[in-house]
Design a protein around this ligand. Sequence first.
Ligand code: ATP
Ligand code: MG
Length: 385
Amino acid sequence: MKKLILIKYGELTTKKGNRNIFINKLSDNINKVLKEEDVKIIKKRDRMYIESENIDSTVKKLQKVFGLQGIVIAYKTNTNIEDIKQMVLEILKEKNFKTFKVETKRANKYFSIKSMDFNNVIGSLVLKNINCKVDVHNPDLTLHIEIREDTYIYTNEIKGIGGYPVGIQGKGLLMLSGGIDSPVAGYLALKRGIDIDCLYFDSPPHTSIEAKNKVIKLAGILDEYSGNIRLLVVPFTKLQEEIYKRVPSEYNVTILRRMMYRIATSINKKYQVVINGESIGQVASQTLTSINVINSVTNFPIIRPIACLDKLEIIDIAKKIGTYETSILPFEDCCTIFVPKHPVINPKLDKCLEYENFDYESLIEDCINNIEIITNFNNNYKDLL
Ligand code: ATP
Ligand code: MG
């Protein structure tokens, strides 16, 4: 019996005008994640079909591709009644069930029997040959029959992760620290189809090489959902030291974050949005007043996908997507070093402007000119830490 993978598209099916763009982007992305697999991909309007030498590992990779609603391992046969009947019996021979129902989807209108009638034809066949009963409400087994140019028969559907194909919404830049929050924010942005790069502010020797490796590893884990991530590492030490020299301690973090925003929003015109992992009220720099004062350095769009989630909700997602275990490793990033005892909770804009009375522009320029770019995570990142 010939087995293949059948892909059901996600939310994109509702966007009729953009359908081809969606499907093409999705198949590009699938090609990218399956580049090391021995597969043949056939894309059609309603479904994608993948023939694979190793169905299990292919399915595992497909479970990280956004834009997939369902992944099905199906048996393929000719669209004629006798072939379908024979295959149904062969498939069910290996299954263990007491109750069942049949769900036919007839996309091929040249097939003369209507879906409901065909359910009955196949239902009777099964009842005659196997000791079982029909239960349309809560069956042990649902037999799906999709009648198209060929016919596909399956009993199980693996849920896809949904969302839009990565890249359908253009490019964004994720501020990625080593914490729990920002990788989750990045995942959610990818899920809406934003093709992200990551930006990390590195302050050696105040932050360790382990802290940087942790961020590389997190970027690598996110890349499993994208295949296209670049990590930009900003040498932030000088600017950060200057801030600690000049700015009263309770304003350190506020000014530091204003500098981060200035850099993130001006690195490259190809980015249409900056994404970060701020969550309302979580720390002093994330009160609404703080966010206002920090955000006022730019009118560039900044999205905060986890702004309104609780920490426990964020942790749940981090565990599900595979970043949690790395995020909780105890290496400090540049926001956790030199943290003042009493960071200001309601910072004032005029104070910030007063404390920023030094030539930070040239320091920012240095930061941007000396960015290190890390790409091609492949599997290399897995051995870090
Ligand atoms: P996280 O868990 O993501 O580290 P956090 O709760 O520690 O977040 P902050 O340290 O205040 O919060 O940082 C808020 C957001 O600012 C982070 O989620 C991240 O998007 C960004 N950020 C903080 N530090 C860095 C850094 N060193 N490099 C890049 N982005 C950073
Ligand atoms: Mg942090």
